[in-house]
Design a protein around this ligand. Structure first.
Ligand code: BGC
Length: 514
């Protein structure tokens, strides 16, 4: 098959070791780093649909929303300041991820996680106490710095700790935590919106401290990865750690690969300059396109603005927040599907299936909205139509949740050789954050101008990204992380970019049918 003609043949079987309780627990704790990101994604949409919050900070949006009877449904929440509240965080995360790269490389993955958790905590406190828009936005910026650090270090940590044959499943713990964070936020919003006295939004924002404490305290107790210990010259400690996480004494084959990778990595003084070399071109292209495409699925339209979107569609206040809880629940459950399938069926099959399902749902939702609201944006949903839209949105979320959601973080974290892994992951985080920012900033305006066409717009991107995966993404399931270059070497298109000396060892991976 084009682009997919690679399989790992018994790759991991060549390393000694079993899946230890220790490695699973360690990865679960590290994965909680996804909670802060998820909580944040989920909380802003609900808060921005609460009247008291709008009245206090965005009175013009509030007035507009109240006058909606006479107005175009598509445009009632269109406000740049409101969008800036949601999206400012992602700009901060973008910048922070570059600092995180150096921290992660020089001081280890763990230090990045702890630092991220602390800054995030400060942001949560500021937001909960906010008296004006400035406090809100500064708080959001601090949260963003925390997220930049966590998202840069956690996926790399997970991919390095995990034994190759369940690397996908353990890495997806991160996405699982993101979705749990989103769902928790949706439920908190549902609860606080019912509170009398109008301070519910404060509780919603302040509760971000809870996942931050969980992650920070957890990270303090985490060991660092053998790869990172070797990279920082602590070879003996690295070997002991590898023995501990693999549960066997003889880890020599894997240890040797890590040492070789680290030797190669020492030759590289400037990861940022090196990443531009021709030999890393395949990874560079993939690490830029994957996060770009992930955001262009349009998922965050649902995640950030589900309550606002459902209100736009004419659902009542509670029904809107409840619908967000429902789609949030589907997100968590569907993510678990990928945990159990990613190392069995592989990354490519999930990407291709998920993309196709998303496309069908987007076309159907666009068509329903077009038939009810037309171009003028006037009309209202019948109960049946509303339910149909909700079901389609849930099917779309489910497809994302077992494909582009987890794989958008897994694949970039496992395709780079050690010497540029941290830098590569920063590019992943920053491109992801940049386009998360664009979507967060532009969605309400796009909805106002593109109307139902917005769903077709994202659908068009889903077609392009699915074709990209089909032709250009090699399968990486079960391949040891320091041997991924072989997979690219054997790929029909990328092979010519990989010089022979980029391959560590000469076993494990063979082209399918070769
Ligand atoms: C994405 C987020 C998205 C979330 C939804 C993550 O993988 O990076 O932007 O909101 O999935 O579950």
């Amino acid at each position: 098959m084009a682009g997919g003609g690679i399989v790992a043949q018994g790759g991991s079987a060549n390393y000694e070791g079993r899946v230890t309780f220790f490695v699973v627990i360690t990865c679960l704790v590290a994965a909680t780093g996804g909670l802060i990101f998820g909580y944040d994604i989920g909380i802003s949409g609900g808060v921005t649909s609460m009247d008291e919050f709008l009245q206090k900070f965005f009175p013009t949006v509030y007035e507009k929303e109240k006058n909606l009877k006479s107005e175009n449904q598509y445009c009632k929440f269109d406000s740049h300041m409101l969008q800036l509240f949601t999206s400012s965080l992602y700009l901060a995360a973008l910048v922070a991820s570059f600092f995180a790269s150096a921290t992660t490389r020089l001081f280890g993955r763990k230090v990045s996680m702890v630092s991220g958790g602390c800054v995030f905590l400060a942001g949560a406190v500021l937001n909960g106490a906010a008296q004006n828009v400035a406090m809100l936005i500064i708080g959001r910026l601090l949260l963003g710095v925390g997220i930049g650090y966590a998202n840069q270090s956690v996926p790399v940590y997970l991919s390095e700790m995990a034994p190759p044959k369940i690397r996908g499943a353990l890495n997806i713990g991160f996405q699982m935590a993101i979705t749990i964070g989103i769902l928790a936020a949706n439920m908190v919003n549902y609860g606080t919106a019912q509170m009398k006295g109008g301070n519910g939004w404060r509780i919603s924002l302040a509760l971000a401290a809870v996942p931050a404490v969980i992650m920070t305290v957890g990270a303090i107790f985490l060991p660092d990865t053998p790869n990172s210990l070797i990279e920082r010259g602590q070879t003996e400690k690295a070997k002991e750690m590898l023995q501990k996480i693999r549960g066997v004494d003889d880890v020599s084959a894997e240890f040797q690969d890590l040492v070789d990778a680290s030797e190669a990595s020492k030759q590289v003084e400037h990861p940022w300059k090196n990443i531009l070399q021709r030999r890393y071109r395949p990874q560079l292209v993939i690490v830029v396109l994957i996060p770009f495409f992930q955001q262009l699925t349009g998922i965050n339209v649902i995640m950030f603005y589900a309550p606002v979107l459902f209100k736009t569609l004419g659902f009542g206040d509670n029904a809107s927040l409840m619908s967000a809880v429902i789609s949030g629940g589907v997100n968590v459950i569907a993510t678990s599907v990928s945990v159990f399938t990613v190392d069995k069926f592989g990354r490519r099959k999930l990407f291709l299936q998920g993309g196709s399902q998303m496309l069908v749902c987007q076309i159907a939702v666009g068509a329903i909205i077009a038939s009810v609201f037309g171009v003028a944006g006037e009309g209202s949903f019948s109960k049946g139509m509303g339910n149909a839209a909700l079901i389609l949105i849930c099917l779309y979320v489910a497809a994302f949740a077992w494909s582009w959601g987890p794989l958008g973080w897994l694949v970039p974290s496992e395709i780079f050789p050690l010497e540029i892994r941290s830098a590569g992951q920063s590019i992943n985080v920053s491109v992801n954050m940049l386009f998360t920012f664009f979507i967060g900033q532009a969605f309400l305006t796009m909805l106002c101008h593109m109307k139902f066409g917005l769903f077709f717009f994202f659908g068009g991107f889903v077609v392009i990204m699915t074709l990209f995966i089909f032709f250009f993404l090699p399968e990486t399931k079960n391949v040891p992380i320091e041997e991924i270059s072989k997979v690219f070497k054997a790929h029909w298109f990328w092979g010519k970019y990989i010089p022979d000396d980029a391959i560590i060892g000469n076993h494990h991976v063979q082209p399918k049918g070769a």
